[in-house]
Design a protein. Structure first.
Length: 308
């Protein structure tokens, strides 16, 4: 989350009126993430999160907000968009489509315990099952076609070593066939800063569904495993928790090393794209792409099978 679009007190106050949340007390920008403008909003009715969507098309925005409603109805602790009396989940604000969502309690965890990795695995499997009957899901916006197209477009802008690594990985990924793997709605961005935990260490919230879409369910596990699991023990707990709810099929076990690389490639490309095409804003978060370049190199040199 970042702040690219500035919102004034008076225009926000007027925008909030159809939601019936009382007087606007305060709003403050949130400096985290990379894609949209976000604010904490406090009214006499409570605290909420305002998101202004910088580049999303209407169809995608409708899907993401409907998905959060759907998952919340199935017991997944995610923010819910507030709709006005006409049922609109978003309206224009400061020239951008904007939505107000419930603000979940809890804090992120930079150094998750094995028990938290297990709990996250259970929740992710429940999310996958809950999303199975989501009508007309959109494809993963950063799926395999996006990775190939974006990688080719960035190649000429990179340093020679980066370009060589990228070209080789794109060639490898082009040989992979994931078409037989179980598919469904994936979060696709479930990093540590997108999960909240309460004071007792229990999972209390899942945030930021604006990269969600239909893809291999294993891709979601690879994204989580790459960010959350610092050793084999935490990865084993993540997978054990997941498989108490949805056991993996043998084809997923076999595809794991290549899928881990695909997940690392996806976030390396996203951060390279931001580095090459920086955006202006009041509060902007830019994350280092080298982290994922190094992770990708490690996964290429020392692939590891899933714990069984």
């Amino acid at each position: 989350m970042s702040v690219y679009t500035t919102v004034g007190h008076d225009e926000l106050s007027a925008w909030l009126q159809p939601l019936g949340l009382g007087e606007l007390i305060d709003h403050a920008g949130i400096a985290a993430g990379m894609q949209n403008s976000n604010y904490f909003v406090t009214t006499s009715a409570g605290r909420f999160v305002l998101t202004l969507f910088e580049h999303l098309e209407t169809q995608a925005l409708d899907f993401y907000l409907a998905l959060m409603d759907h998952l919340a109805e199935h017991g997944i602790p995610c923010p819910q968009p507030l709709a006005d009396k006409a049922g609109h989940r978003w309206r224009q604000l400061a020239g951008k489509p904007a939505a107000l969502l419930t603000c979940l309690q809890g804090a992120t965890e930079e150094s998750p315990t094995p028990a938290q990795c297990r709990a996250l695995g259970e929740m992710l499997a429940k999310l996958h099952l809950a999303g199975a009957d989501m009508p007309s899901p959109l494809p993963n916006p950063c799926g395999s076609e996006w990775r190939q197209r974006t990688g080719e477009a960035l190649m000429a802008r990179l340093l020679p070593a980066e370009a060589s690594l990228l070209a080789d990985e794109l060639a490898f990924q082009a040989t992979q066939d994931f078409s037989a793997l179980p598919r469904g709605v994936v979060h696709a961005d479930l990093f540590r800063d997108n999960v909240l935990w309460d004071a007792c260490g229990r999972l209390s919230g899942v945030l930021d569904f604006y990269f969600a879409g239909e893809d291999c369910l294993l891709f979601d596990l690879a994204v989580v495993g790459n960010d959350w699991c610092f050793n084999r023990a935490t990865l084993a707990e993540l997978m054990a928790g997941y498989q108490t709810i949805r056991p993996l099929v043998e084809a997923e076990m076999t595809a794991w090393p290549a899928m881990q690389r695909a997940a690392a490639l996806r976030f390396w490309l996203l951060r390279l794209e931001v580095r090459q095409r920086p955006r202006d804003g009041e509060v902007v978060t830019i994350k280092d792409p080298d982290h994922f370049a190094h992770l990708l190199q490690r996964l290429r040199l020392a692939p590891e099978p899933l714990p069984r």
